[in-house]
Design a protein around this ligand. Structure first.
Ligand SMILES: *Cc1c(COP(=O)(O)O)cnc(C)c1O
Length: 358
């Protein structure tokens, strides 16, 4: 049987990429970000493979509970924190560390009894999404410091533009953060992947690598390969038809691509119903037996078409790589007007996941 859409996950590449993060930030602990099902790679498998991480971070409580109930006893940080008393109780019960980004969360902590928690106080240094104002930092810190329910305070912020190494906004954010926390005790954290590889000033006590762990580049205009990152996910499927068409024949919905000459067109069993981006334009690369070919016409729900002029020997059943090893995911996300993060996260349950440890 032809295997169909499959994501092969290389767990050694994952641990290699964590080492690359350490290499950039030798004085920082690694808070490995595995939110959103480990960027679509599989929460538990990734958590288990990242034994060398100092701690794990997820966005929401259910993700953390899933990890705990599967026996993961490593430190887990909830990046969005909690907003209700019930959630706070659960976070305490599951021994999670919490981000506090709003005064309302502080009020909940002030009423909490029982086991004390480690809190990551998030300062908004310019992202303007989550975080307390820089000028409120000292008094909120002082209130947290008085809470019976808080045993340690860490200080963090998040960078908005670090993927662009020419954007000095990142320097301003680092300065803003450092000013806001001047004189306060506690370990600090600023850098996401882009900060780790692009902005030494952001390294601090804890680095928070996300996308780089999965082997995609966090910087605009710099390839993953140049950063020595290895792709973790390789998405493949198979050719299910090879057809000959005439010059002038239109391919697929909307007849958006016209054969410029008599030619063969292959049909690959993968489409937006599997998570392959429908917006990938004609000309998006795929690999058939190490030969680069290009998509033609619109991506359908279950299929996409490819120009076989560079791959005359292609036949039904041949494996096709959509991204991953030998085909950087950025080459596809650029053609689809999105980022690698979204492509990884959007694979659907139709895709079979296979985990490899060597
Ligand atoms: C997702 C996230 C990260 C990781 O970002 P990458 O760009 O994937 O490295 C780090 N910190 C916070 C707060 C995040 O939400």
């Amino acid at each position: 049987m032809i295997p169909g859409p499959r994501a092969t996950i290389d767990l050694q590449a994952l641990t290699h990429n964590l080492q690359i993060s350490r290499k950039h930030t030798p004085h920082s602990k690694q808070l490995a970000v595995i939110k959103a099902n480990a960027y679509g790679h599989g929460l538990l498998q990734v958590a288990e493979a990242l034994k060398d991480a100092d701690a794990l971070a997820v966005a929401r409580l259910p993700e953390a509970i899933q990890l705990r109930e599967s026996g993961i006893d490593k430190t887990i940080v909830l990046l969005e924190g909690v907003i209700t008393k019930d959630e706070l109780k659960q976070a305490q019960e599951y021994e999670l560390e919490l981000v506090v980004h709003h005064q309302d969360q502080l009020a909940l902590l002030e009423q909490l009894t029982g086991e004390a928690l480690i809190i990551w106080l998030k300062v908004d240094s310019g992202m303007h999404r989550l975080g307390i104002l820089p000028e409120d930092t000292k008094h909120i810190y002082a209130r947290l410091d008085k809470c019976q329910s808080v045993k340690q305070i860490r200080l963090m912020t998040h960078l908005a533009n670090a993927d662009d190494r020419n954007d000095s906004y990142t320097d301003r954010q680092c300065d803003q953060f450092k000013q806001a926390i001047a004189g306060l005790n506690g370990e600090t954290s600023i850098a996401n992947s882009a900060g780790i590889v692009g902005w030494p000033d952001s390294h601090a006590d804890w680095a928070r690598p996300g996308i780089m762990l999965y082997g995609a580049s966090p910087l605009m205009g710099v390839t993953a390969n140049e950063l020595e990152l290895k792709p973790v996910m390789t998405l493949t499927s198979n050719l299910i038809a090879v057809n000959a068409y005439r010059k002038g024949d239109a391919i697929g919905y909307g007849s958006s691509w016209i054969c410029p000459e008599d030619m063969q067109v292959g049909v690959v069993a993968i489409g937006y119903g599997d998570g392959y981006p429908r917006h990938a334009q004609s000309g998006t690369p795929v690999l058939i037996k190490d030969q680069k070919c290009e998509t033609v016409g619109r991506v359908s729900m279950d299929m996409l078409c490819v120009d076989l002029r560079h791959c005359p020997a292609a036949k039904v059943g041949d494996a096709v790589t959509l991204w991953g090893k030998d085909l950087p995911v950025e080459d596809i996300s650029n053609k689809a007007g999105t980022i690698s993060y979204e492509l990884f996260c959007r694979l659907t349950s139709r895709v079979e996941f296979v985990y490899q440890d060597s």
